[in-house]
Structures are given as C-alpha cells and as structure tokens.
Design a protein around this ligand. Sequence first.
Ligand SMILES: [Zn+2]
Ligand SMILES: [Zn+2]
Length: 844
Amino acid sequence: MPVDPAPAPEQHPLLEVLTAHGARADRLTHVRTFDARAGITADWPTWADPGVVEGYRALGVTRPWAHQVEAADAVREGRHVALATSTGSGKSLAFWLPALTAVREPAPATVLYLSPTKALAADQLAGLQRLVAAIPDGDRPRVATCDGDTPTDERRWVTEHADVVLTNPDFLHFSMLPGHRRWARLLRGLRYVVVDEGHAYRGVFGAHVSLVLRRLTRLAAHYRPTFDARLTGPPPAGDRSLAFVVASATTAEPAVSTGRLVGVPPEDVVAVTADTSPAGRRTFALWQPPELAGFERSRATGEAPTHDDDPWALPDPLDPAHTAQEAEPVLTTRGAAEHPRRSATAETADLLADLTVHGARTLAFTRSRRGAESVAQQARDHLRPVAAGLDARVASYRGGYLPEERRALEQALRTGELRGLATTNALELGVDISGLDAVLVAGWPGTRVSLWQQAGRAGRAGAEGLVAFVAREDPLDTYLVTHPEAVFDAALEATVFDPANPHVLAPQLCAAAQELALRAEDLAAFGDPLAVREVLDVLVARGALRRRPSGWYWTHAQPAAAMADLRGSGGRPVRVVEATTGRLLGTVDAGSADGQVHDGAVYVHQGATFVVDRLDLADHVALVVRKDVEHGTWSHEVMEIAIDEDGHRPVVGRDWGPVRWGLGPVEVTSQVVSFQRRRLPDMQVLGTEPLDLPSRTLATTAVWWSVPDFVLRAAGVSPEEAPGALHAAEHASIGLLPLLATCDRWDLGGVSTELHPDTGEATVFVYDAYPGGAGFAERGYALGARWLRATRDAIAACSCADGCPACVQSPKCGSDNAPLDKSAAVRLLDAVLSHAPAEPTIVR
Ligand SMILES: [Zn+2]
Ligand SMILES: [Zn+2]
C-alpha cells in the first residue's frame, strides 16, 4: 500500500512560522528533510487465526506491514524477538496476532504484557479491547489489566480467567511473583511475554527488570507441565514453552539488549528492525536561540539573562531513569559570558505560541517539570492578547499530575481542543498521541533514541511533520546544534543496564529465594554463577538468606520483594497536598523531595504557585499553601565523595604516565542545607535560609583521574588556578559524557578537588547517580581518551572569554560556578591528553 506524499513544497510551510518569515532565520542552524517512505505490505500469515484477522480487518487493517509479519512469524515459531522500529510503526500487531492466535487454540495458552507504567498498560488494553470486540465469533479472548490498583474481586477474576494480562514490572515484582501460587494457571499456560517500550528499561530500572523477568522464567518453568517422552512423546520441535517479545524504539543492538533483558544469549534473539510502515515527509530543524545584547536589554524586555529556565528542575521520573541529584547544588547565574543567549524555554514558548496562532497542533518537549510549566505559562501569556480564548488552548503535562488530569489532557490534544501541550518526557513513551503538525524539543533529550521517539509524534503517513530541536546553552546542546552530523548521522545508542550490579542482584536473589528456594542449578539464570554465588555468600553472612544443603532460603516474615526499589527512586514519592483543602496536587519522587519541596520551596502546578509550609519526611507529604509569589527557590546542597576500597567491586586503575585513572565504588554524601529565594525573572537574590534536612548517602560507581602537582605546573596551571581548572574540566566532562554513554548529565554527578584524601592528588570524579552505578562511569573509563578529547575541544572551541554555560558553567553547580578557569582547564586537559595512548581505545 504505497502512500503518495503530497506534492511537497520546497520547504515545510510551518518553517515560515518558525522563522517569522525570515526575521528569525539566523537562528536556524540546519534543516534536514527526511523523505516520505512508502509502506510495504505482506499477506496475512497462514497460521493466523481467521477470527483475529477478521477483527483487524474490521478495524481497517486490510493487510499487515511486512515487518509486522516478519516479527509475528518469528514469535509464532517460539523465538525470542526484538522488535525495534519507529513510533507508530504498528508494533502491537506483531505480537497480538500470534498471541491471540495462541490463546484461541485448543491447548491452553496465556499471555503476559508488560509496560513500564500503569497508564500505558491502560492505553494498550483499550486498543486490545477494540480488537477483541471486532472478532466476529463469540469465543473472544479474555483480556484484563491487573496492577496495584485492581480491586480484590477483579484480581481474583483475572487470576482465574484472563487469557491475556496487562501489567507492569512493579506488579510482577511486588505481587504476582511472590504470590505465584495464586497465578499458577496463568504461569502454567504462559506462552508469550510481551515487554513493551523495551528501551525504557535502562540503568538501575533495566537491571532490576531483567532480574524480575528471570524470576518469572524460573516460575513459569516450575509450573509448566513436563513432557514425559514415554507417554506423550517429546515436545514439538522448535516449540519453546515461553518466548519473549521485546518491542522498543529504534535503538542500536536490539538483540544484545533484549538478550540481556530476558536472560538469553543474543544469538537466541531474532531482531526485526526494518520498518516497512509508511512515513510522511519530515522536516527537522536545528535551532539556536539568539544572543541577548546584555543584562540591561534583557531586563527591559522582561527576560532573565540567566541560564536556562531551571537549574534545579529534574527530569521527569516517569522516565524510569533515576532523577539524579547532581553533585553540585547551585544557583546558576550568568557568569562572565559576554554573549548570553536567550533561554531555550523562552524561545520554545515563543515558537509554541506562533505555531498555535497558525492552527498547528504542537507538542513541546522540555527537560524538566518546571520547564513544561514555564513554556506553557509563557506561551499562554503571549497568546492572551492575540485572541480571546486562544491562551486556553495551550496547557502543560508532566508526571506528578493525577491520572485523570493526564487522561483529560491527552484527550483534549487528540480532539484538537488543545493545540499546544508543553510536556516533559512523560509523553515520550507509549501514550497514543501522534500525527501532530509539529514537535519542539527544548534541550537535548539525552539520547538520539529519545530524540527520535519525541520527533515521531510529528507527522504520519501522508501528513508532513515539522520538528525543531531548540538548543539550551550548555556544552552538549551547543555542540550538537552546530554539528548536525552528530544528531542525524551518528549511530543510535544501545540501551545500557547492568544485571550484575550487586545492589540490584542481592535483593532480587532474596525475592527469588522467597518464591522458591534457590538451588545451585538456578544460579546461572541470574548471571555468572560464580558472581551470583559471591552475592549469595554475603547475603548468608548478613543473615538475609539461610543456606541449607538443598539451597538458599528466605526465612523472614516480611516480603523479600520489599527490599528492592525497582526504579531506584529512593523510596516512596512525596505527595504534595494543599493544606487548607487536603487536595492532592501531585507527587515528587523521594530522591528530589529534599531539594524541591523543602519548607519554604515554591511549587508550581498548572501555572499556579504554592509555597511549601512543611515537608514531612516521615509521612512522605509536603503541605503547601496557595500563594502568589514573584520569586522562585533554589536549594543548596553540600557533598563529599570517598573511594570505597572495600566496596561492592574492586577499584581498578591504569596509568597514562603520571596521570592515574580509576574506576570503582564510591560513597557520595550529600545534604540539602539551605535555599535561596530569587526574584523572577531577574534572579536577584532576595535571601538565604538554612534548612534542617538529613544527609543522604549514595553508594555508587565513579570514574576519576588524578594528576600530581608537577603535571599541573608543567601545564602552566598555578596552585591558584588549579581549583578553577579542575572544576571547569569536571563540568565540561559531565556535559560531554552523554556523547559516549546512554545517559544525560542528570544521570551523573561530579566532584573536583585539588587534593583528594584518597588519591593524594588533584582529582576529578564523575559518578553514576544510581545506587550501585549504572554503567555510565564505566563507559567514561573505557573511552577516557575520546571523552577527554571531546571535552577539551568543546571548551577550546567556545568563543566566550571566561567560560559560559555552553562550555564550562554547569546548571547544577553547588558553588555558584566559581571558581572556573576556562583557559587553565584547556591547558590541564592538553597536559593530561599528552600522556594518553596514541589511538583512542575503542571499547564497545
Ligand atoms: Zn563558553
Ligand atoms: Zn561545579
């Protein structure tokens, strides 16, 4: 079914809107057009259940796309399948067709579907129910969601009758697997496990989920009827009782990450990556906000001459990635940069308003919750004078809103009642919103995989879409907006997680042992048996597990699963509640509550400001009072880092001549100690107040390099300059590591010091902001030369005189971006790199 793209005009008509008919053309650094792609269809597979095929036909799918059939065939054969194609390429048909076919066959078969959030499972259920209802005959598969919110009666029905159960990994971990006896029917018949949005399982979350899936596989094998060759003959050739289908965004190495996720070698995974669905033409613009003439002018126009909207705002925790608390708390002020640029938030708000005026339906992705609120607010302010009611057609969307509120916003955008929605990455996954006219991406979303996921919301077959990436003023964004090849032509990232992380493995082994005692022959399913055995020995020594001749047992009364926090969010989220009415406004994840909803913090919800009256850490609640204020709050954190020689892993090191590299466990201690009120929008400090909050300890993995004094002196870095040189190098290297690892700067923290007690030298540390680590520091260690070269080049290439947010300033610095010495940092990095091996080490 080839699709004819409409005769394309030379350029996307909405590009005219972006450039304001040329007036803003200088902000456009690059435009790339991606041609429309015709679709390739295939015949329905002969094995497919005719009723299910009829159902699809009734929903308007006359013929499947070729990649859907390729994947469905492999699923049908019982192979593990990695399906990695673009947003909207119809991944669900590839697994529902074989799954529902199996369910409708005489032998009992059940299917489990997992999505990273409850909301996405609910969306998937709605689509599946439409399909099931369209199956003509009466024998329709029984499909249901089951999660923590499902009432007991309904849950009983699901355990006893459902053929297809849609849930999330948390429910699997906390409820279904520990209560496996109640789920024996489902487990006995389990034929397929669908893992949707597979790329969401990265970092600590990915490591946990991979082990949850291994627990699931073990239990399914336990319940599976054994074939007794004497009675029934051997199982049919090629029939595997349980096959996994991992559907994900387009990523690198899908077979490798799928194999790691489900616990099989990559060669046992069939990867389907050729997308044969049609796509409309897509125009992709790279955009750099303009330089501001200076503080005076920006004040006159009402703009803060500051760095991007919100140094403190954290990525949205709906993204399973941990919300990193950066090492350095900070108050970002524009430093000595002589050419400050307008913030990506203000710029995106303008573009969103202009697109809204022109009737375009637009999603604006921001990097933070506060950014989403701020873009929507500013766009509404622009629209209010234009036409009555136009401002009401723009809203914000983020994690932390209540589900009803989110559903209503999604629906309003689908119907066109809303034209513009400023959102965090909460809308990046699953939610069925696509075919929009334009997508604005304010700030690099962290990975190319995420960028394309977000971009995929714009345009669909036959409809042309416009995407604009609006650079924030930071080293990575500035680099990318001027290096289009790094955006469009570089390889996509692979999904990185480490199931061998002992901080993850230990609680997962306890959970597994509680489900069924762990036997020696089970260990290989959880990783390298020797490493697993080591973790078990520690657990026995600590009294967590009991060793008996037959295996390892959990003998405590409390549930073992409670030991593991799948999302690494550091505990229960804090509820934000209006004190006078008891109304629940939203939630803040535990890890960022200290910094975001401390006493006196300003909390913004749909444009309304609230002030936190009291943060009650014991009850996980922040009581807030509605109050119009003209200031924002920025908290201040102090921190220390110590190398843990007796940690969960040995410290490893290597030398580049006198430069010493290290990788290993560290303990990072941090404490939010005070906050500042700053007047908006000019950021003038109104006052500082101390806070009385506990200190937090994070045991994680860091990469570091240290240099003796003589190297600093030889590089012409004086003792006075050293702190600024190291600090600047640390900031820029945190900014650049995401070029090499699947993380963004929020996943990392850093510390620099001219004398660290553990190394005895000047040292720069960069660590993973996850308990146990997430594999990012290891990438930095493995690719050290490439990493520091890119860091050095980014600093040296920046046209500023003394350092700016595009090179060495950090939006998260705890010491107010001081001291920073840009030129000394370049000299220092040159000296360090002069000792590097000639060829950069290429390590995959
Ligand atoms: Zn600069
Ligand atoms: Zn700093």
